[in-house]
Unconditional design. Structure first.
Length: 241
């Protein structure tokens, strides 16, 4: 679902930073954590400023690439500068404006599930882009649509993290309500200045659950590298029929 400009706090923040270097932070509220802030400048990092997992993900990208939820387009811009064929999509109109102004050649304002732009060798979902599935039940729809966008030997490159650390008690045990929803299914409320976005659901998925979902939907899942804090980078490919 596309975001309207008056409900687009991230996009508005990115546009302000791009045009005037204003780095007023985005207020981030999550239902399982205290309020936090996110500076727009974080979305404009160079390759050298990216964490190791993101750098490795960009190194893994090949062929014709679709950057899903591309934001300010920093990953797309880097890959384009490397001579790769990159298409960037996002549901934020302001973010799309920023990407176009930054010189990314192929940018579209569209929801991933509505996109039918051809066959890609790499689907790139960074900064926990896989969160768009919203919950564990959303993987079936995601993998079904991803199949329609992947070339015969295409790959999905994504990063995510396990939020289990947010439930750690002082004694090192984890306090989780097993009768409740999966602990990585969260709801975000974002705001920037006087712009308040609509609440949205997002998923952070542990690597073993990602592997289970991939297996159930006919995909291989390889963990390329684990990060320093419950995070990881994964590559998914369609299983041989």
């Amino acid at each position: 679902m596309l975001i309207s400009k008056d409900k687009d706090p991230i996009g508005a923040a990115l546009l302000d930073f791009f045009q005037s270097k204003e780095d007023t932070p985005i207020a981030v509220k999550m239902d399982i954590a205290d309020e936090d802030v996110l500076p727009p400048s974080y979305f404009f990092r160079s390759y050298d400023e990216c964490p190791e997992l993101e750098q490795l993900a960009l190194q893994q990208a090949r062929g014709k690439i679709l950057d899903v939820g591309a934001g300010a387009g920093s990953h797309s811009l880097y890959l384009q500068e490397q001579g790769l064929d990159i298409t960037a999509i996002d549901v934020s109109p302001h973010s799309v404006d920023v990407m176009q102004q930054r010189g990314i050649k192929h940018v579209e304002l569209i929801d991933f599930y509505d996109y039918q732009g051809g066959s890609f060798d790499t689907l790139l979902l960074l900064m926990n882009g896989i969160g768009l599935v919203q919950n564990l039940d959303g993987f079936e729809q995601f993998f079904a649509h991803a199949r329609t966008l992947l070339s015969a030997d295409g790959q999905i490159i994504l990063d995510s993290s396990d939020l289990i650390y947010m439930f750690e008690a002082e004694d090192g045990s984890y306090v989780i309500d097993l009768s409740s929803k999966y602990h990585g299914e969260v709801t975000f409320n974002l705001s920037y200045k006087d712009i308040v976005g609509k609440p949205f659901d997002w998923l952070y998925v542990a690597e073993e659950l990602l592997q289970d979902a991939a297996e159930a939907n006919g995909f291989n899942c390889e963990i390329i590298k684990q990060g320093p804090h419950y995070d990881y980078l994964a590559k998914l490919t369609v299983k041989d029929q």
